[in-house]
Design a binder for this molecule. Structure first.
Ligand code: PMP
Length: 351
């Protein structure tokens, strides 16, 4: 800590990302990447951009990508905002869309970037406890708030809320912004984008890092009422502007256009998730029902931190959170079948 740090910087508690190990022979099941790689059409679109157009500045509005997203969701391009990963989209939302003076509400077990952004932007917040089955109970959010945000499915539990529960929340909460973070929605959930035309306070965020396997490209987006999208554009353009680069726009648009590859690879991940769940249960693990590309599991007799360390010694990395109620869980990303088998084999060896 330097004497030049302001009290504000001293108080910041930054987000701790999952490890990105240097060793390539590890079975990496710790940051929910997609084992199948991006659409070949997205790769071809990026290659064409690289060889033909890199001397030109990108379109500051990313119109090509907005159109592809709008076509996919049957909305208009002015209902779409795009950014460098959904983390950046979320940063803009936290920076400008929540009311101050009343607390932002989010689940007490959720994506750990939310309290970090609250610290950065000086937003008061109130974590709302999950129920005893680790589910979000929407009735608990019916209280005065400066905004509400939750992932659906939730992270790191993987538990999914039905669209009806989200719609009931929106009906009871017309006066502040409700954000549904759908980073993992494509692995079995129904998108709340279907509700944006009816609820002008709803904003749905998504990422291309998971179901479209482009985590390294850094593309995320939000869909909502044009007024909310315009607010986000104003916030974005009040910085030195962070437009997407040409490769990101071309690759992300092509990934949205290639529905067949997207659907096929999502189905493969879902099938692997179900198979891995059964295999883990056979080893005595309790696995929460997941609609994401990861599972959240605990063993009644085995310590999660020791399991994570033992797995690592066998070349398998999973995520363990040293955090109250979830300390006995492991979050395990769904890999290719042979990676999932390596995990099961390693668990058997650890004994
Ligand atoms: N939301 C949730 C719930 C996540 O788990 C993640 C991934 N860590 C993100 C948003 C951010 O994803 P990205 O920045 O790669 O789009």
């Amino acid at each position: 800590m330097s004497k030049f740090w302001s009290p504000f910087v001293k108080e910041l508690v930054p987000y701790v990302p999952g490890e990105q190990p240097k060793l390539t022979n590890l079975v990496k099941l710790n940051t929910n990447e997609n084992p199948y790689g991006p659409s070949p059409k997205a790769l071809a679109a990026m290659q064409a951009e690289l060889t033909e157009n890199l001397r030109l500045y990108p379109d500051p509005n990313g119109e090509r990508l907005k159109r592809a997203v709008a076509d996919y969701y049957h909305v208009r391009p002015d209902q779409v905002f795009v950014g460098n990963g959904s983390d950046e989209v979320l940063a803009h939302i936290f920076h400008g869309l929540f009311q101050h003076g009343k607390p932002l509400l989010f689940p007490d077990v959720t994506y750990s970037f939310y309290p970090v952004y609250c610290g950065l932007y000086g937003i008061a917040y109130e974590p709302i406890a999950l129920d005893d089955k680790f589910q979000i109970e929407m009735a608990d959010y019916a209280r005065p708030n400066g905004g509400i945000i939750f992932p659906n499915p939730n992270a790191p539990t993987g538990c999914l809320l039905p669209l009806e529960a989200i719609e009931r929340l929106l009906q009871k909460n017309p006066d502040s912004v409700v954000v549904v973070d759908e980073a993992y929605i494509d692995f079995g959930g129904e998108s709340a984008v279907a509700l944006v035309d009816r609820y002008p306070n709803l904003l749905v965020t998504q990422t291309l890092s998971k179901s479209r396997s482009l985590a390294g490209l850094r593309v995320g987006l939000a869909v909502g009422h044009p007024d909310l999208i315009e607010a986000l554009e104003r916030i974005k353009n009040s910085f030195n502007s962070f437009p997407l680069d040409r490769i990101a726009i071309a690759g992300a648009a092509a990934a949205f256009e290639d529905r067949a590859y997207f659907e096929q690879t999502c189905q493969q991940v879902i099938a692997s998730r179900e198979a891995l769940t059964v295999a883990m249960q056979e080893l005595g693990f309790e696995v929460l029902p997941s609609a994401a590309n990861f599972i959240f599991a605990r063993h009644p007799q085995r310590d999660a931190a020791a399991l994570a360390a033992g797995l690592r010694e066998h070349g398998v990395i999973v995520r363990h959170f040293k955090q109250g109620r979830i300390e006995q869980f492991l979050r395990i990303s769904i890999g290719a079948p042979e990676q999932n088998q390596a995990l099961i084999d390693a668990l058997k060896h650890i004994g």
